[in-house]
Design a protein around this ligand. Sequence first.
Ligand code: NOJ
Length: 560
Amino acid sequence: MSQQHSAAPAPNSAVSAVEGRPDWWRDAVIYQVYPRSFADGNGDGMGDLEGVRTRLPYLRDLGVDAVWLSPFYASPQADAGYDVADYRAVDPMFGTLLDADALIRDAHALGLRIIVDLVPNHSSDQYEWFKRALAEGPGSPSRDRYHFRPGKGKNGELPPNDWESIFGGPAWTRVTEPDGTPGEWYLHLFAPEQPDFNWEHPAVGDEFRSILRFWLDMGVDGFRIDVAHGMVKAEGLPDLGDHEQLTLLGNDVMPFFDQDGVHDIYREWRLVLDEYSGNRIFVAEAWTPTVERTANYVRPDELHQAFNFQYLATHWDAEELRTVVNRTLDAMRPVGAPATWVLSNHDVTRHATRFANPAGLGTQIRLAGDRGVGLRRARAATLLMLALPGSAYVYQGEELGLPDVVDLPDEVRQDPAYFRGAGQDGFRDGCRVPIPWTRTGPSYGFGDGGSWLPQPADWGGLSVEAQTGEPGSTLELYRAALAVRRERADLGAGDAVEWLRAPEGVLAFRRGEFVCVANTTGESVPMPAYGRVLLASGEITEAAGEAKVPADTTVWWSGS
Ligand code: NOJ
């Protein structure tokens, strides 16, 4: 891979081509494309930007507002592109900058916005700065752009502190110095191929503001910020001490996560973004202990949205769902940011599989569970999510009701966490299997050259082709739900819901004329018929003003 930047196309004249409300993002439905697994334009078995471009009409017809693309930058792919070697170049495996330009233009012409992933916590170990830091040795200024430290122990043979990598093992790797001797250690919160930047160094901030401008000039409509909670580390890099890191993660502010200093970075970035027209946005991938701390990222002079991982981690349980919805809305209201809702992404077991298994197994599950129950709940969970005020994220393939592929043979796995063991993640390949477009054919229409992860034998029946026009299919359910959301501004608008009385295990809320009821129990429940059924994830029967809402079903009503 080359460190040369390909010649950048001229700043994108299609920048403001997407007409619409300035605050489009407050209730937008944003579709996540995982480029290597979405569509393969050149038949090499790996998805690419050309594949995405040719499928944009599908996304327009699905009814989403924007597309977030996981990283497609030049990268050795030690962590599927979250190890960036050149932030201003497209990896040849995904195409060229001209392909990125064509994709942005075509998306805009179809009324779709494009959000790209920005990876500022760490670079690849093949990034120019890191290679220089290694070559120039201890004490050189280039080492200050990362966290290099001498080791502990008699001969520096122990890591500088007790932090562990999220992918398992120590968060430090010892380097061999240019003179061939074992030398300093560097920090990597993820894989060793992903050294953490030192954000105290002014050059790091300068570089990232310049990278922001590069992509803003290309015409992108926003950025998803990877590990947005990680860039600032506590002063002195203090030990965690006698704590189990894995039990603290996500439950506590850590010396390397959710430090208050990160907010200064976002205030600077917001000034850059606001220089550009087109109502562009930032969304934070910030795993914080509470939604209240997540709200700090979306204060008026910082980012626009933050993923709601507390919602993603909530079980299919009415009481738990009601609590997280209330807490989220209460946390976001004071800062004036929209709530966001998400059920799946490329890092967790798909929700059709999470909900097929007993609650409490976490977000990395390697069991198929009861697929019928999982799908029913997944469909119901989607209608619930799309009825809540705020913005929602849809992960590619969930609109097909795809389960996780839980039986991938070990030899095809690529998730770096799988190889390091005992990390937080590990089985993320199961949600990354290329999606099926056609009933039959090579890789079910993904591309002509096979698929980088094997697809299951029943993928054809779940394909876009098989579900299109099929009454009751999950794809048609998503299309119908998104169409209703587009017609009725009241669905995503506002910052509150009015809860209605409902039996145990059932959620019911009103938003103006609109009523949503979600039955999370395994039994059918009687409910008042709240007017005209707009949409339901299962069969609703009504008689004499009463409706029967089947097990694990959500229904939308309009009217009374
Ligand atoms: C979060 C990304 O979503 C994940 O895929 C990646 O492994 C880590 N950040 C490290 O960049």
